[in-house]
Design a protein around this ligand. Structure first.
Ligand code: NAP
Length: 302
């Protein structure tokens, strides 16, 4: 039996493992996609203390190596259930894995939000994308659109402007939520066009995306030819399967105190899946450490 099983291998989960292992506990991290989580999609991280500039993938690689060097065990699999058997937590996975632990930390992050317009789902992978770092190279020399006004959209637009012929940055307001410095840098780019006060209302193309229709606040429509659309309108949590163990708010985020404890003894939450006001790399790491230390205290009290 493990001391702690951590569900999710993003910055919150990996930091939790680091703290747990350094406190002398055993830890298994189960990740369904890629260790590093959402941060691997960031071309550049320039707001993590002590690191001036680093790519998201390098940061994730470094954190993973650091965690493995402390003795973390890792499984690439999807957790499908957490069952309680007295104080024992039994974690089941899609590929038939069954693991036991004294404590569990849920650090499942959040998945990209979709626009919810017609044909979006069927064009995913055929022009509709959610990750410029992963898919941007497919659109080299082509016109693309990015939708959103947060740091993800701004960073995506910046990255794509280096290789794409034109980047339309579509945002539903006239000002951006993301960093002013990034907005200024994008304004300087000749091949970036801001399409403000506008929403994407239609997607065109039979089997591959060929264009989008944007509609502004006055109801004026404009058709723009693009080969790629990068949707960067935030994320939503995926906590549904844990609903019996933890309280979820209306948006599906897990309720907990600052100590990351949930209503179930020995079950903790950390990172973007948790209800909180600031979702940043720094706060994910902070959550990971808080949850791990709370889990260690819980185990010591058994
Ligand atoms: P975000 O900050 O929540 O921004 C989402 C954007 O999408 C907002 O501008 C929002 O518009 C827009 N939006 C939401 N729903 C929409 C819809 N249905 N249709 C059209 N537009 C919609 O999300 P994010 O950019 O993914 O960033 C998430 C967090 O990670 C943020 O705290 C961000 O600062 C952080 N982050 C950090 C880095 C880094 O370098 N460290 C990189 C990326 C992200 P409104 O403004 O109108 O609400």
């Amino acid at each position: 039996m493990y001391d702690i099983i951590i569900v999710g291998g993003g910055p919150a989960g990996l930091t939790a493992a680091l703290y747990a292992l350094r406190a002398g506990k055993t830890a298994l991290i189960i990740e369904k996609n890629a260790f590093g989580g959402q941060i691997t999609w960031s071309p550049k991280v320039e707001n993590f203390p002590t690191i001036e500039s680093i790519s998201g993938t390098e940061l994730a690689d470094r954190l993973m190596e650091q965690t493995m060097n402390q003795g973390a065990e890792m499984e690439l699999d999807e957790v499908t259930a957490i069952e309680l058997d007295g104080d024992v937590k039994r974690v089941k996975t899609e590929f038939g894995g069954e693991f036991e632990a004294k404590a569990v930390i849920i650090a499942t992050g959040a998945r990209p939000r979709m626009l919810g317009i017609e044909r979006e789902a069927e064009l995913v992978g055929s022009g509709v994308c959610f990750c410029a770092v992963c898919d941007g190279a497919f659109y080299k020399g082509c016109p693309v659109a990015v939708n959103g006004g947060g740091n993800s959209a701004l960073q995506d637009a910046m990255l794509l402007s280096d290789t794409c012929s034109r980047v339309y940055l579509v945002h539903r307001r006239d000002s951006f939520r993301g960093e002013a410095k990034l907005v200024e840098a994008l304004r300087e780019k000749e091949n970036v066009e801001f399409v403000l006060n506008s929403s994407i209302t239609a997607l065109h193309g039979e089997t591959e995306l060929t264009g989008i229709t944007v509609t502004d606040k006055m109801g004026n429509e404009r058709k723009i030819a693009v080969d790629g659309l990068f949707v960067a309108i935030g994320h939503a949590p995926d906590n549904g399967i844990f609903a019996e163990l933890i309280d979820l708010d209306a948006g599906g985020y897990a309720d907990s105190g600052e100590d990351c404890m949930t209503k179930t003894s020995g079950v903790f939450v950390a990172g973007d899946c948790r209800k909180k006001s600031v979702r940043q790399l720094t706060t994910a790491a902070a959550d990971g450490s808080a949850a791990a230390l709370a889990a260690c205290s819980y185990i010591d009290s058994l």
